[in-house]
Design a binder for this molecule. Structure first.
Ligand code: HEM
Length: 405
């Protein structure tokens, strides 16, 4: 007979966790040692690699993203009108259908197509930095890096990079937990993006090009195509899912390289280590630290009953440091043997659609940075974003270097 989760004897994770990353990781590790689940304020934190992966693969757990407005009691007719189904928050057959249609456009080959462009963007961002000898690396390089790439991916021209950058700032407010204040700005940015994309879509319908938007327009599964509304929702989801993630992950990476100069030296001397370095950075210090799901029905798992509506939070930080899965998990080692995948791209039905693209972006960035800033070092304290942020990384990352090429 399954025990209801509310009666289970499990540890409690306080929301008052230590702020430093290392302390927090250690407290999470100690708290959950011997446990796979812990009680938190809003639901239950899942802490082992196996359980995070198993629960994310179980399609009865639905993405909690669709609950954002409800959980904040946010009511606005304009919001509800625009709240169309996005790949990030749909489930079941609807989700599978969109995923089937768009997946062929997100292959390693389509990511590779953009590699020369990625290198050019990174080179252009580093030119002024190299001359200066020091940099606030988040503002100078990490923040701007993904925008031109998303624009190129969608087929938006260079003169519109500024516009996308501005829209992205407002669209990301959805994760700030304050819809009452931010809702109108998010709606306005969404509408502006839609107007822009409607024009771009009709242009690409007439004149297809070698870009993702043309691929998505042409994508077809047994005669089934994405409607204009679905294309708009997809463009919005890509901006949301593919920008802040990459920039924060790059910030985490450069912070780690500055803190572990011997690992950076290895990468510099062996650029072929870049793919492994990306996986290790994402395991050791992932920019997406977890996700949320709710039970779409009563679910029994490991003899525990989770009533319909129960919220769970698969914790990627804990899973990526699971002693049963990784040898010396607290060691940062870019030569780590490939084996168990980290969970920073998620798992199951919503596994990151842009994973090949993100990997390519980070691999190219690492290689260019190692070549052009070979002796980069910290030039002050790193300050980190609030630990509660769903997408997390350094707020500011001062670096200096003697030689910039
Ligand atoms: C280092 C960078 C990235 C990280 C760490 C990351 C992480 C993730 C994670 C954890 C999920 C699953 C969320 C969940 O299960 O609730 C996800 C989904 C998604 N990601 Fe990424 N992502 C990154 C970059 C990108 C890029 C560059 C794109 C595309 C341009 C992208 C597009 C998407 C999309 C569309 C989904 C939703 C997939 C679905 O629901 O079926 N991501 N990402």
């Amino acid at each position: 007979m399954a025990i209801p989760i509310s009666d289970a004897d499990i540890p409690v994770i306080s929301s008052e966790l230590p702020l430093s990353e290392a302390e927090r990781r250690e407290s999470l590790r100690q708290l959950t040692m011997g446990h796979w689940i812990a009680r938190a304020d809003l639901g239950y934190v899942i802490t082992t690699h196996d359980d995070c992966a198993a629960m994310l693969r179980d399609r009865r757990w639905f993405s909690a993203l669709s609950l954002i407005a409800e959980s904040q009691n946010y009511e606005n007719p304009e919001w509800s009108k625009r709240d169309r189904k996005s790949i990030l928050s749909t489930e079941g057959d609807d989700h599978q259908r969109i995923r089937r249609i768009v997946s062929p456009a997100f292959t390693p080959k389509s990511a590779d197509r953009l590699r020369p462009f990625m290198r050019d963007v990174m080179d252009e961002l580093l030119d002024p930095v190299c001359e200066a000898g020091r940099s606030e690396f988040v503002a100078d390089v990490c923040e701007p890096y993904p925008i031109p790439i998303i624009c190129e991916l969608l087929g938006a021209p260079r003169e519109d990079w500024e516009l996308f950058s501005r829209l992205a700032v407002d669209i990301f407010r959805v994760f700030n937990g304050n819809l009452a204040q931010d809702g109108p700005k998010i709606i306005a940015a969404g509408e502006e993006m839609d107007t822009y994309m409607v024009n771009l879509i009709s242009e690409r319908r007439r004149h297809p090009r070698e870009d993702l938007l043309s691929d998505l327009i042409a994508a077809e599964e047994e005669g089934d195509r994405l409607s204009t509304d679905e294309l708009l929702s997809m463009a919005n989801a890509l901006l949301l899912a593919g920008t802040d993630t990459t920039r924060n992950q790059l910030g985490c990476a450069v912070a780690l390289f500055a803190q572990h100069p011997e690992q950076f030296q290895l990468l510099r001397e062996n650029p072929e280590l870049a793919p492994g370095a990306v996986e290790e950075v994402m395991r050791y210090l992932g920019a997406v630290r977890g996700t949320g799901r709710y039970a779409s029905e009563d679910i029994t798992y490991r003899d525990v009953l989770f009533p319909k509506g129960t919220l769970i939070f698969p914790n990627f930080v804990a899973a990526n440091h699971d002693n049963d899965k990784f040898v010396n998990p607290t060691e940062f080692d870019i030569t780590r043997q490939p084996g168990v995948p980290h969970l920073t791209f998620g798992s199951g039905a919503h596994f990151c659609l842009g994973a090949f693209l993100a990997r390519a972006e980070l691999q190219e960035a690492f290689t260019v940075i190692a070549r052009r800033l070979p002796d980069l070092a910290l030039d002050g304290e790193i300050s980190w974003k609030p630990i509660q942020n769903g997408i997390w990384g350094p707020e500011s990352l001062p670096i200096s270097f003697l030689k910039g090429y």
